[in-house]
Write a protein that binds this ligand. Structure first.
Ligand SMILES: Cc1ncc(COP(=O)(O)O)c(C=O)c1O
Length: 394
């Protein structure tokens, strides 16, 4: 790692050990510095015809090319959006509605992000789309046979959406195989790669997908910067109507600073992937897991796949017998991590992702997710393990 890359974001380093990189990442100082001039000096509207437009227009194009490079796309195939949730909406709603076909079938899988599952339910409710939610096995993976069976349902247009990596467990879906299968049935394939981009290599050609979501705040850009890869020739209904920005798919004067931030973050992420940064992070993650296991023998259970090739290198989701995840983390204020459970009016419900994997209620409520990233260090592991162990043995 270069000295430049080691520079800590101002928000890190004084608070608890940050082990929640899947929730959001700090903004890399290099990203903030690259974006700042586009909030201040270069304020012009990129569509204007005078000279104030020149630099914003150039920067927007350069940022688009950087995002395209990260995922093996062409710049014209990148549409900037205001969030990952919006990119997922544009993909699913856009692909389902574009055909104007009488019978559309949307196939998703059970552990998708709520922005995918929520869009599917809205399409079912508002547009009569037939929705199939594929089950997953106890590792959280979709069986190709289940997709093959769903694809045999008669429909005029079929859209399939399968995430690259799960946000809670890090499980990596067999996207290439599923996309191949879907294409043999003439379906359009979307992949939510929010958690995969920047952590592992993502290439739209190798995956064979038509639409792919990229999210900035999972790879050291600010919240609110995201993009959708739209393969040339794939028709979508726009998400926002108005001016012709973003190929007419997402109207609104472009936020050049956020696009520059996303582009810069994509460039840095591509460098990380090429340099094998994931090995360092996986080694720290595995050391944390090994030490928890050693200190709490027989009580630590991994949720999600164990094999390196089936899980993101930075993610560890474990249930510790005899604990509740939210109690454990409340008793560990020196560690910032997540539970998968959602709290509704003071009652904790098991994570829908773990439930879909067939995880029992007690084990699901005991789950914690730790996720590491660019600034995680051995000292973070040294601090987190005893804190978690002491809370689990109290
Ligand atoms: C897998 C996945 N998809 C989509 C999103 C949504 O991204 P955003 O928060 O930018 O809407 C997230 C973020 O939590 C995510 O983890």
């Amino acid at each position: 790692m270069t000295d430049e890359a080691r520079r800590l974001p101002p928000g890190l380093g004084t608070g608890p050990v940050y082990l929640d990189y899947n929730a959001t990442t700090p903004v890399d100082p290099r990203v903030a510095e690259a974006a700042l001039p586009y909030w201040t000096g270069f304020f012009g509207n990129p569509s204007s015809e005078h000279s104030y437009a020149g630099e914003p227009r150039r920067a927007l194009g350069a940022a688009r090319a950087q995002v395209a490079d990260l995922v093996g796309a062409r710049p014209e195939e990148v549409v900037f959006t205001g969030s990952g949730s919006e990119a997922n909406l544009l993909a699913l709603r856009g692909a389902v509605l574009a055909a104007g076909a009488p019978r559309t079938h949307l196939i998703v899988q059970a552990t998708e992000h709520p922005s995918v599952l929520g869009t599917a339910r809205a399409l079912e409710r508002l547009h009569g789309t037939l929705v199939t939610v594929l089950p997953v096995d106890h590792h959280g993976l979709v069986a190709p046979d289940a997709l093959a069976a769903a694809l045999r349902t008669g429909a005029d247009r079929t859209v399939v959406s399968v995430m690259a990596a799960n946000n809670e467990t890090g499980a990596l879906q067999p996207v290439t195989e599923l996309a191949g299968l879907a294409h043999r049935h003439g379906a359009i394939v979307h992949c939510d790669a929010a958690q995969a981009c920047g952590k592992i290599a993502v290439d739209v050609g190798r995956l064979g997908v038509d639409l792919l979501t990229v999210v900035g705040h999972k790879m050291y850009a600010p919240r609110g910067a995201a993009a959708l890869f739209v393969r040339d020739g794939v028709a979508l209904e726009p998400a926002v109507y108005g001016g012709g920005q973003e190929r007419g798919l997402r109207a609104g004067t472009e936020n050049v600073a956020l696009a520059v931030a996303l582009g810069t973050a994509a460039g840095l992420a591509a460098d990380d992937v090429a340099a094998g940064a994931a090995h360092r992070i996986a080694a720290l993650r595995d050391e944390l897991h090994r030490r928890l296991d050693a200190a709490l023998p027989g009580r630590v259970h991994l949720n999600g796949p164990a094999a390196a090739g089936l899980r993101l290198p930075n993610t560890l989701n474990v249930s510790i017998d005899g604990t509740r995840g939210h109690h454990l983390l409340a008793a560990t204020p020196g560690v910032a991590a997540s539970t998968g459970s959602a709290c509704h009016s003071g009652v904790h419900a098991p994570s829908p992702v773990l439930t879909a994997m067939g995880t029992g209620r007690d084990r699901a409520l005991a789950a914690i997710r730790v996720s590491l990233g660019r600034w995680s260090t051995p000292a973070d592991v040294d601090a987190a393990v005893p804190a978690l162990v002491s809370a689990a043995t109290a």
